[in-house]
Design a protein. Structure first.
Length: 100
């Protein structure tokens, strides 16, 4: 095999490898897309755990509130807090939109 034939064979091999890599990139993209939501949930869970680890006093306060209020009152207060927080955020967005 002379030099020219060797270079032609290398060029063909390169083309085959590039095509194979392209197909593999498509497979990887499809696999990542399937796992995107579950990984996002795990990522948010890890973020919450890190936040609670960085703020142990907040976790202790929540435990005390749960012990003092009891299950039913705690659920009621959490619901009220959630509605209040969502309302506060909605109002903030509304104010920013009109002040911009």
């Amino acid at each position: 095999m002379n030099f020219t034939e060797r270079m032609i064979e290398l060029a063909r091999r390169k083309e085959r490898l590039i095509g194979r890599a392209e197909g593999q990139r498509g497979e990887i993209a499809a696999a990542i897309q399937r796992w995107e939501k579950p990984i996002g949930v795990v990522d948010r869970g890890i973020a919450v755990a890190r936040f609670l680890r960085a703020h142990p006093l907040l976790l202790a306060a929540a435990a005390v509130a749960a012990a003092v209020l009891g299950r039913r009152n705690l659920v009621r207060w959490l619901g009220r807090g959630w509605v209040t927080w969502r309302t506060w955020r909605a109002l903030g967005n509304w104010v920013r939109r009109f002040n911009a």
